[in-house]
Design a protein around this ligand. Structure first.
Ligand code: ADP
Length: 712
């Protein structure tokens, strides 16, 4: 909005220049006011010529100064309180006033002198009544070149006459126009808020310098500046048109403008009100109050308030969390101030230091005693202000039950930034359990020492007994060796007379000493069979004693198992024949030859087979042999369907002299040494004998012998 500073007057239709001139002259003739005349004249000029800026200066006879009475298109800062002394003869305007002809002034004259059309080329046309007379004023118009427009010349002359006429009637000072105008300008310029006087459409009539900065762009303004000014004018007009500004009513609204120089946003409060002037018609006075800083400050205050609220909430949360934390600690926690007064405590602490709800004198006394004990502990901490941590023990009591409560108190001090002691935080830890544990530990230690003592004593006793046993064992071994030795010797001694008995009995039975009668033969047969039994017994005893005394030699030869089994069976052939049972051998083909003691294996097999025949009243007996390649063993078994052996007796049958069911009713005879000898012999050969049996169903004796016996 490049708005003229003074609203365009209602002028005659352009094109009818003469009519317009006549109208102006008519106005001037009737006018009695220099200000009105001057203003009307330059309005006419702006409307009818190429002139866009014009100023009228009139010389005041009293003050001898040229003062500005009307202006158009000139910033108020340039014309406000403008005057120039006529005494200043060197001033280009004074020179122009005194010049007979219009003066063309090109650009800036000198920094010393102020002119209203500062920085521009302009014409200064002296205003006078007649040619050659002294100039009484000046008409300044902007110029493109030195040529002067004929209309400007005409107006200069017309206005000169008018000014001269009016000045002869009234002094300029009398009109007081200049002063009033200057005063008005001074006042509105002194106000720091932008002030604008516009018509009801927002067209600018007067603006103070602060408003100009927002709404007017100087010639040299940059493109951005102009755009900002254009935008501000648009926003302002829009604000005025939308605010319902009633008569003498103050409208108030916010207006966001742009700082043309900075480009930043500026927030204003727009106060506008209508005023009615008889001459000017209705116009709007607007005052803009910059509230940018206010709005920013308000925002900042709101932000600080919000931050404060958040901080308050955080502090509240923090406090809540802290309460939860210290309440969740099972140990009592207390915070005391410099005076030793409790300022904070958790629930476990409350139980010790707060009076219980119920009326209980004893509990009250205990709480007081607890408090006194704590106070004396805290005052100890306070006196040792140099230390950050303090540890001690306090004797408290459970207020309700009265149970003594020894506690360990651990105190820490909290200092202010200045290093002053602010609070003491004390944590109490119940020592009852720890004391009980220590007591139990002591008991345990004593018991353990006692136990150790007992163990040591027992060990010593045991060692003594071991030694005794060892000696007894040696003595027993020696006695056993002696016994074996004795038995071996004695058995030999037994056999010699027995063989003699058998020899003689045999001779008598064979009638060598004459015919024996039947009763004699019967007796002799009894002698023979008893002597044989005794011999078998002696042989068995001899075998055992020889094995025990380590005097049973091994005679290793290579032999076949099948032949050996056949031999065993044929030796027992007479008994087999006499029995009612089936006897057979089951030999695996391709059995490897044995390298072992043939005689001893034969003795074992003979014994097993004769036992089987003896204890099998009916059924069958089977002898078998197989080779176990994995263990490189020969496995020979004697299986019968005889009387069998009860489970509990199965291990006992291998003991010396063990005969099962040894009652006189048993009809099997024997010495009870056979299986014992068999086991000893099999061990000698590096093998073993196993028994599987079921009472009443039969037994199987299995001999396992290494194919190659290892020499001992
Ligand atoms: P004995 O010379 O008395 O037969 P053994 O030592 O050979 O002595 O046998 C001990 C006992 O084992 C026997 O008295 C008998 O009770 C039992 N016994 C041995 N072999 C058999 C068998 N095949 N069936 C049942 N009992 C047996």
């Amino acid at each position: 909005m490049s708005v003229p500073r003074v609203a365009a007057p209602a002028v005659p239709v352009p094109g009818f220049a003469t009519n317009a001139k006549l109208a102006l002259v008519e106005f001037l003739l009737t006018s009695i006011d220099i200000q009105d005349s001057a203003r009307r004249s330059i309005e006419w000029l702006v409307a009818h010529s190429s002139v866009s800026q014009a100023v009228v200066l009139v010389a005041d006879a009293v003050s001898n100064e040229m003062v500005l009475v009307a202006d158009h298109g000139v910033p108020s800062s340039a014309v406000v309180d403008f005057s120039v002394s006529r005494a200043d003869a060197m001033h280009p305007l004074v020179e122009a006033l005194n010049s007979p002809d219009p003066v063309f002034i090109e650009g800036l004259i000198s920094t010393r002198y102020r002119v209203p059309l500062e920085g521009r080329s302009f014409h200064a046309i002296p205003l006078r009544a007649e040619e050659r007379e002294l100039g009484q004023g000046l008409l300044l118009v902007n110029a493109i070149g030195p040529e002067l427009d004929a209309d400007v010349v005409w107006l200069g002359r017309t206005l000169g006459k008018q000014v001269s006429r009016l000045l002869s009637r009234q002094s300029l000072s009398e009109t007081r126009f200049g002063q009033e105008r200057m005063l008005l300008y001074s006042i509105i310029n002194a106000v720091t808020d932008p002030i604008l006087l516009t018509d009801t459409e927002g067209k600018l009539i007067i603006a103070n310098s602060h408003a100009e900065k927002l709404f007017a762009a100087p010639e040299e303004a940059s493109e951005g500046w102009r755009r900002a000014v254009g935008l501000n004018n648009m926003l302002f007009s829009a604000a005025l048109s939308t605010s319902a500004v009633g008569m003498a009513e103050l409208a108030r609204r916010e207006l966001l403008l742009v700082d043309p120089l900075e480009g930043s946003d500026l927030l204003f409060e727009l106060l506008s009100s209508r005023a009615k002037d008889e001459r000017q018609g209705t116009y709007v006075v607007s005052i803009l109050r910059n509230v940018t800083d206010l709005a920013r400050a308000k925002e900042e205050i709101e932000e600080s308030y919000r931050t404060l609220r958040v901080a308050q909430a955080e502090v509240r949360d923090e406090r809540h969390r802290l309460d939860l934390i210290i309440d969740s600690v099972a140990d009592p926690i207390l915070v005391t101030d410099q005076e030793g007064d409790i300022v904070l405590m958790n629930t476990p602490a409350e139980r010790l230091f707060n009076v219980p709800g119920v009326e209980d004198e004893a509990a009250l006394r205990r709480v007081q005693a607890n408090g006194a004990n704590l106070t004396s502990f805290v005052s100890n901490v306070l006196t040792r202000s140099g230390e950050q941590r303090y540890r001690g023990e306090i004797q408290l009591a459970d207020p309700v039950s009265g149970r003594p409560l020894p506690v360990e108190a651990l105190a820490g001090t909290i200092l202010s930034e200045q290093g002053e002691l602010m609070w003491v935080v004390t944590i109490l830890h119940d020592l009852t359990e720890a004391i009980e544990k220590a007591r139990l530990y002591e008991q345990l230690k004593e018991a353990s020492q006692e136990l150790e003592q007992n163990v040591q004593e027992a060990t010593a006793e045991l060692a003594e007994q071991n030694e005794l046993l060892r000696r007894q064992h040696i003595a027993l071994e020696q006695a056993s060796a002696l016994k074996s030795q004795f038995l071996a010797n004695m058995s030999h001694e037994f056999r010699t007379p027995l063989n003699a008995i058998l020899g003689y009995t045999h001779m008598l039975l064979n009638n060598v000493t004459g015919q024996v009668t039947d009763p004699q033969r019967k007796s002799l047969s009894r002698i023979d069979s008893n002597a044989r039994h005794l011999l078998a017994l002696i042989n068995d005893i001899l075998d055992i004693t020889r094995i025990e005394a380590g005097r049973m030699p091994l005679n290793i030869t290579k032999f076949g198992v099948t032949e050996l089994v056949d031999e065993v069976m044929s030796e027992l052939e007479p008994i087999i024949r006499r029995s009612n049972i089936t006897v057979e051998s089951q030999m695996r083909s391709r059995l490897p030859p044995l390298r072992s003691d043939r005689q001893k294996i034969k003795q074992i097999l003979l014994n097993l087979l004769s036992n089987a025949l003896k204890f099998t009243p009916s059924g069958s007996v089977t002898m078998s042999a197989a080779y176990d390649a994995r263990g490189n063993q020969m496995v020979m078994a004697v299986r019968d369907t005889g009387i069998g052996i009860a489970g509990e007796d199965q291990s006992r049958v291998f003991e010396d002299f063990r005969q099962l069911d040894s009652s006189p009713a048993r009809g099997y005879g024997g010495t009870g040494l056979g299986l014992s000898i068999c086991r000893r012999l099999s061990v000698m050969l590096g093998g073993s004998i196993e028994l599987e049996s079921q009472l009443g169903k039969g037994s199987t004796f299995t001999l396992r012998i290494p194919v190659k016996v290892k020499r001992r």
